[in-house]
Ligand binder design. Structure first.
Ligand SMILES: [Zn+2]
Length: 70
């Protein structure tokens, strides 16, 4: 006899993206995000760290910004 109906096998998710991309030299956004990622990892804010890493990973795109904000 088998008790219970649900079987939940452990799910292994492999991260498809690079969690540790290198910030591009000379890009202020990359430097900023790299700093942010480092601090987030330090504080244990994985979600923030991942967001920053993703932003760094798509460097050519985030670079194009219409705003002249500094
Ligand atoms: Zn960049």
């Amino acid at each position: 006899m088998t008790p219970g109906g649900y079987l939940s096998p452990p799910v292994h998710l492999t991260e498809p993206f690079d969690l540790d991309p290198s910030p591009v030299e000379g890009c202020s956004v990359c430097q900023e995000k790299a700093d942010e990622r480092r601090q987030a990892l330090d504080l244990g804010f994985m979600a923030v760290a991942v967001c920053a890493a993703i932003e760094i990973g798509r460097h050519p795109r985030h670079r194009v910004k219409p705003s002249t904000q500094q």
